[in-house]
Design a binder for this molecule. Structure first.
Ligand code: UFG
Length: 338
């Protein structure tokens, strides 16, 4: 298949690009590089030994999107593009709603006009909000999100359900990601956040590299086995392979499916810290600080539907995730800017 990746230079997208090409698909990328680097695509090309067609454009730009579909016979789209910083979304909500919703609407209109109706969407476990119980199942009622970023994911899911409802020719897979970490085993591509990272693993790798003084563990009084927050960390390469399966599924089915991509296993902040120290044989200074607003005790997936519907399950361990994250960081101290 010829698959368009919106936001194709990003962390999850670049890893997905590798897996799609290695599975025999052709990839076209559109990215405006607001939160990514062209170098990521160059490195993907290096890993797969093929060149990739890239358009530098905003998915909200209808003329640009039309041109991409006119110039390429796209069979399916994976829609990764979007603003994704939880804290920032609280500060500039309109920017988040405008960008994330507008880009999705423009994309769907362009797809429909070109008769391309297979879409895989990057959603997030954030749509579950504050859960009553874990593990989280796709059919659980979402009681509401805790920030505008989460709401954009929630709203886009509902928009896409409406699109499928109105036109049963569409095939949409809504992938709810849990906590993707790690990097490609080559150490050539990985996560490269702007500025000081908000998320745990990129923060840990920067402390390990000596670029940040210490990790602050946000709270040790949660209702978990050691008091620190529990999450479902998933290796980004496992997650990428889930997208290949989702594209295959979308090509052979109609309708809309919501699918969790997680391991089903929850690890605490301190589990991650200790594993990182052990597998990489590196010291990681940390202090216990107060809770971060909006964080929940525990969040992990029920991964059964992914197995049943997509034939996919995560195979990599927390050791793999910690080793590969450090391999990327230690070989690329300044990320792609080096
Ligand atoms: N944490 C720390 N110190 C830090 C950063 C994080 O202790 O410096 C803790 C958090 O309190 C939490 C855990 O590490 O317990 C994971 O935090 P992350 O920020 O890495 O991830 P979140 O689970 O908060 O959020 C992630 C994504 C969101 C997504 C959400 C879905 O960042 O985009 O998962 O559940 F919406």
């Amino acid at each position: 298949m010829k698959i368009l990746l919106t936001g194709g230079a990003g962390f999850i997208a670049s890893h997905t690009c590798v897996e799609l090409i290695e599975a025999g698909h052709e990839v076209v990328i559109v990215d405006n590089y607001v939160n990514s680097q062209p170098e990521a695509v160059r490195r993907v090309e290096e890993i797969v030994g093929k060149s990739i067609r890239v358009y530098e454009a905003d998915v909200c730009d209808k003329a640009a999107m039309n041109r991409i579909f006119d110039e390429n016979a796209i069979d399916a789209v994976i829609h990764f593009a979007g603003l994704k910083a939880v804290g920032e979304s609280v500060q500039i909500p309109l920017t988040y709603y405008r960008n994330n919703l507008d880009s999705t609407l423009t994309l769907c209109e362009t797809m429909a006009a070109h008769g391309c109706k297979n879409l895989v969407f990057s959603s997030s476990a954030t749509v579950y909000g504050v859960p009553d119980e874990v593990p989280l199942r796709e059919d659980m009622f979402c009681k509401g999100c805790t920030n505008p970023y989460g709401w954009t994911k929630y709203m886009i899911e509902r928009i896409l359900e409406g699109v499928v409802n109105a036109d049963p020719e569409w095939s949409v897979v809504l992938l709810r990601y849990f906590n993707p970490i790690g990097a490609h085993a080559s150490g050539r591509i990985g996560e490269d956040p702007n500025g000081i990272p908000n998320n745990l693993m990129p923060y840990i790798t920067k402390v390990a590299a000596g670029q940040l003084k210490q990790l602050t563990v946000f709270g040790d009084d949660y209702n978990t086995h050691d008091g620190t927050g529990v999450r479902d960390y998933i290796h980004v390469v496992d997650l990428a392979k889930g997208h290949v399966k989702a594209c295959d599924y979308a090509a052979g089915h109609k309708g809309c499916e919501i699918v969790n991509l997680g391991t089903g296993v929850g690890y605490s902040v301190l589990d991650l810290v200790k594993t990182f120290q052990r597998v990489n044989n590196i010291d990681l200074p940390y202090v216990i600080g107060p809770r971060r607003a909006g964080d929940v005790d525990a969040c992990f997936a029920d991964p059964r539907k992914a197995r049943e519907v997509l034939g996919w399950e995560a195979t990599k361990t927390l050791d793999d995730m910690c080793r590969d994250a450090w391999n990327w960081q230690s070989h690329n101290p300044k990320g792609y800017k080096a």
